[in-house]
Write a protein that binds this ligand. Structure first.
Ligand code: SF4
Ligand code: SF4
Length: 410
């Protein structure tokens, strides 16, 4: 095992390989607060990549209802239990020592899925889901923890559920890659997308077993494993719509709730994000710290970040997103002027936004949130492509558009 630095854990950890060669990393922020579980993202992905024989149970993008739902069933509970069994009582964070750049959530003092494995027979602690676990992608849809006795109110609801949108995280330290005995899985230097070489794969399903997020899936008709490919032709800009420029994936571009913002971030040799203050994802993850990784304690350094749901009890969220939850919810519920503007970029363009700037607008009024009076401004956020050209311009206040009396000619 090599020693690599995992900034989400605030420490070095064991991994099978040295740091990978990725210079640029596929990343995204999902705002859980806005998802309506319409499954348009799931269908956009399925109708593009997994509509063929043998792929019937394959949902590279799925949206499940927490706390009871999961695809495959109970994927997260199962791996959390395995980790707890391997390190009883030790899966804890030390938040006393944090560093805004290299250890923003403190230090994880427990063991990752690489560190609870023996490193000889197994590179990763994991399990193979049973066949029936894959059968129902959205079991327990909309099932709440309890019927609220007297209605619900913030900051935490007594009966609650929320939707969790899941794709492959194109992890910086992929468990699937570390576990493959055929070395059939690789991470691309140009965008950090993790792919399974279908020629090399022999269907041993070690990746299915190892991925804690259970995102590689076995295809019986070809006897190989497959996974989300990050819509790499779109990222490469080969879709004619964007004239050679990087374009967001199908699941992101189709999102009805406008919860998703995708991008490519620059990373250094240690897998840490290079400072890029005007990059919207850098801003949301590293400056505003409103978006957090899913189960960072697994140790794969996932690259999809979530704005946690503000109505859910904090202990549940802390075990899922780590100790940054309280600050992230505060930053979302009481957003700064800049955060409010950057949030308008979600789903504003199919082209990938590489930087933004904000034009200040007039004061709209005042509102009271959580007992605090806040001023609201109609600022405009402008997004730029990889060449620095303006591709989108959105204001905080949505324009009111009056329809003409005569709607259409039918
Ligand atoms: S989410 Fe799973 S399949 Fe995707 S890169 Fe990470 S370990 Fe591999
Ligand atoms: S398309 Fe967007 S809003 Fe609809 S389920 Fe997917 S993530 Fe949620």
């Amino acid at each position: 095992m090599a020693k690599v630095y995992n900034w989400q854990l605030g420490r070095e950890m064991d991994y099978r390989f040295e740091n990978g060669p990725a210079k640029r990393q596929f990343a995204a922020v999902f705002n859980i607060n806005r998802c309506i579980a319409c499954q348009t993202c799931s269908m956009a992905c399925k109708s593009t990549w997994t509509f063929s024989p043998g792929q019937e149970l394959m949902w590279w993008n799925n949206v499940e209802t927490k706390p009871y739902g999961g695809y495959p069933a109970h994927w997260d509970i199962n791996i959390l239990e395995l980790q707890e069994k391997a390190n009883p009582g030790g899966q804890v964070w030390n938040t006393g020592r944090s560093d805004p750049v290299h250890a923003p959530y403190g230090t994880f003092e427990g063991k990752t899925i690489f560190e609870t494995a023996d490193g000889v027979n197994n590179m990763v602690t994991g399990y193979l889901p049973a066949e029936e676990d894959w059968k129902v992608p959205n079991l327990h849809e909309d099932t709440a923890t309890a019927a609220p006795a007297k209605g619900v109110s913030l900051p935490q609801h007594d009966g609650w559920f929320f939707y969790l949108q899941r794709i492959c995280n194109h992890c910086s330290y992929p468990a699937c890659l570390a576990a493959c005995p055929r070395n059939a899985i690789y991470k691309r230097e140009e965008d950090g997308i993790v792919l399974i070489d279908q020629e090399r794969c022999r269907g041993y399903r070690k990746c299915v077993e190892a991925c804690p997020y259970k995102k590689p899936m076995y295809r019986p008709s070809t006897r190989t494993s497959e996974k989300c490919i990050g819509c790499y032709p779109r990222i490469e800009g080969t879709d004619p719509l964007t004239e050679g420029l990087p374009m967001e994936t199908r699941c992101m571009a189709a999102c009805v709730g406008k919860i998703r913002l995708q991008g490519l971030v620059q990373v250094d040799d240690r897998g840490e994000w290079l400072e890029d203050r005007q990059h919207p994802l850098y801003y949301l993850v590293h400056v505003a710290r409103v978006a957090l990784p899913l189960y960072p304690q697994f140790g794969t350094q996932p690259n999809v970040y979530y704005i946690p749901p503000r109505w859910v009890p904090r202990p549940y969220l802390r075990q899922m997103f780590g100790p940054g939850v309280d600050d992230a919810i505060e930053a979302y519920v009481n957003p700064s002027r800049e955060t409010l503007a950057v949030l308008q970029l979600f789903r504003a363009s199919q082209r990938i936004v590489f930087s933004y700037k904000i034009e200040e607008g007039p004061k709209l009024g005042e509102i009271t949130v959580a007992g605090k009076v806040r001023e609201l401004f109609n600022d405009t956020v402008i997004g730029f492509d990889s060449e620095g050209r303006e591709i989108v311009r959105v204001s905080v206040q949505e324009p009111a558009i009056e329809r003409p009396g005569q709607l259409n000619s039918i």
